[in-house]
Design a protein. Structure first.
Length: 162
């Protein structure tokens, strides 16, 4: 019987996410389209999920509030963080790898005092984010050249006092 695959999640420079960003999210566009200005924000972090040494999942997190949000109306303390560039490699989807990288990224965002995490989710991925506890906070909208999306938000879990 073969041993189970070795999984590891690590923080990486943004450029290390480009190959998978390009393959899954920017196919048909130049590789340079994977270089996002937010990648250079202070505090941003980028995760790579490796299976047996090969990158099979990625996600980036940026300390950015939900556009249009009124900070005084937020029900939670801490700022907003955007999840962007979440992807799992072709041929590796459906096995829970996306949930692994998302769970790890959310944990790191909560450690950095995020009050909530939001994303522009592709419509075809809504069920994934709903299963993770995200709520839709917008109607459907089009990102030109990318496709239909909905904005989603997940509040930081309450901590038990003890």
């Amino acid at each position: 019987m073969a041993p189970p695959p070795l999984l590891a999640v690590r923080e990486v420079p943004p450029r290390d996410t480009w190959p998978l960003r390009h393959q899954v999210l920017r196919r048909g566009h130049p590789i340079e389209s994977c270089d996002w200005p937010e990648d250079r924000l202070g505090g941003a972090f980028h995760l790579a999920l490796e299976r047996d040494g090969a990158v099979v999942g990625i996600a980036s997190f940026y300390p950015l509030p939900l556009p249009g949000a009124d900070p005084s109306a937020e029900p939670v303390s801490g700022g907003g963080w955007q999840l962007r560039g979440m992807a799992v490699a072709d041929g590796a989807r459906g096995g829970g790898l996306g949930a692994v990288v998302l769970r790890e990224g959310l944990g790191r965002a909560w450690e950095r005092e995020a009050g909530y995490v939001w994303c522009n989710a592709r419509v075809r991925a809504l069920s994934f984010y709903l299963r993770a506890g995200f709520k839709c906070v917008s109607g459907e909208f089009e990102i030109p050249g990318v496709g239909p999306h909905r904005r989603m938000r997940l509040a930081r879990p309450h901590r038990a006092r003890g």
